[in-house]
Design a protein around this ligand. Structure first.
Ligand code: GTP
Ligand code: MG
Length: 138
């Protein structure tokens, strides 16, 4: 069994969709083993998306991620990293498969409702940015 890191983004919390997103996650067989609603600071968002610092949308992305509360989560299950990427759907909701979180709820390529780690190594690093071992109850 494996863990991944998830964020329910501001566009989704703003529209009161936390429960609906969680339902898709749980229906897919992933377990929410840690969860906290937070207001991300600018420093947190900048650090979290540091890999995109050179991209033209970086400023917009940091502004978006701090524009309303987010829900940070640890998800657990078999092949959780790949499984959750599947459940989220493509970055751009126009390309997202039917039934995926982004097809159901995302507004556009930027405001796309959820984040999920893209590798097991990044999952470990991202989880450690927001949770201690004691926060995670499997
Ligand atoms: P994450 O799970 O959030 O990392 O999404 P991803 O892995 O599907 O996409 P990627 O890591 O390439 O991009 C990170 C985030 O940057 C995306 O989820 C979007 O919120 C945002 N983003 C990506 N491309 C664009 C873009 O062209 N314009 C804007 N405004 N935002 C973008
Ligand atoms: Mg990514």
């Amino acid at each position: 069994t494996e863990r991944t890191f998830s964020i329910i983004k501001p566009d989704a919390t703003r529209r009161n969709l936390t429960g609906k997103v969680n339902a898709v996650i749980e229906d897919a067989g992933l377990r929410i083993v840690a969860q906290r609603r937070i207001q991300m600071t600018e420093d947190q968002a900048k650090k979290f998306y540091e890999v995109h610092a050179e991209r033209p949308f970086y400023g917009e992305l940091v502004e978006f991620m701090t524009s309303a509360p987010v829900v940070v989560q640890v998800l657990e299950g078999e092949n959780a990293v790949a499984r959750y990427r599947e459940v989220m759907g493509a970055t751009n909701p126009k390309d997202a498969a039917p039934g995926t979180i982004r097809a159901l709820y995302a507004e556009n390529v930027g405001e796309n409702s959820v984040h999920g780690s893209d590798s097991q190594e990044n999952a470990r690093l991202e989880i450690a940015q927001f949770f201690t071992d004691a926060d995670i109850v499997g």
